[in-house]
Design a binder for this molecule. Sequence first.
Ligand SMILES: [Zn+2]
Length: 292
Amino acid sequence: MTTRNLLDHALMFAGFGLAVFPVSRPIRTSTGLRCNCGRQNCPSPGKHPDGRLAPHGFKDASASSETLARWFGKGPTNIGIATGSVSGIFVLDVDERHDGFSSLATLEREHGALPQTWRFLTGGGGEHILFRHPEATVRNSAGALGRGLDVRGDGGYIVAPPSLHISGREYAISVDHHPDDVALSEAPAWLLRLLQAAPSAKSPAKPIVSWRETVRSGIADGSRNQTLTRIAGHLVGKSVDPHVCLELLLSLNSRRCKPPLPEEEVCQLLKSILLRERYKRSGRRIGGAADV
Ligand SMILES: [Zn+2]
């Protein structure tokens, strides 16, 4: 992916009225892809705001071609789009790993098919479905509409094509749902109704049952770091003492991970979550903490 192509996409999104900002990007190292923020165990590789370019993350998002040229014209940087009224959009985020597509199919069977609108394929196998922002505030939520269905609204953002995902795949615009060919649609009334009814997810609520499934079933190679990181985030978010967190994670690692991760890696992932939490609580943005 060339820098030129990234800049072209950023400018195209800006041309559609979307506010864009730079996001961290995975880079190739001798041991595989790693987040360019340089942190050993970045909790959100290739997905958090690039604090070196945009210290206030999505709040710095812009549609000015000069700013975009400065951000995206110099070297490969992932593209974030601020969601909500600032860009006139909200996004239904379908997460394939958590059965988002089947949850969406269930909703469509019950309420009717979604209208034709812009769709972006995420590098993780999911899909971002974009809708025109309604006049009312759209809250961010995770799993409130169904398992694997998140909403990115006011105060949220998405990583946009042609960013590079940590899996090595690129985000892409769905060929049948390209902004050049298809209009951005309003969300159907049933979806807006469900959004209003959905609980706000300031701390992205994960149903208790799904935590139980996670710790009871084995954690397979390929998802070990990610799953233990999520569990660490859950525990740290509940203010569990860091030493207790570490003991629990090490024990889960040796009992449930197939095969267990090196203990050092478990310590590192907990450390990055603790750092993230510290910055969150001190009101600073992850992107600004890239040098920690
Ligand atoms: Zn990072």
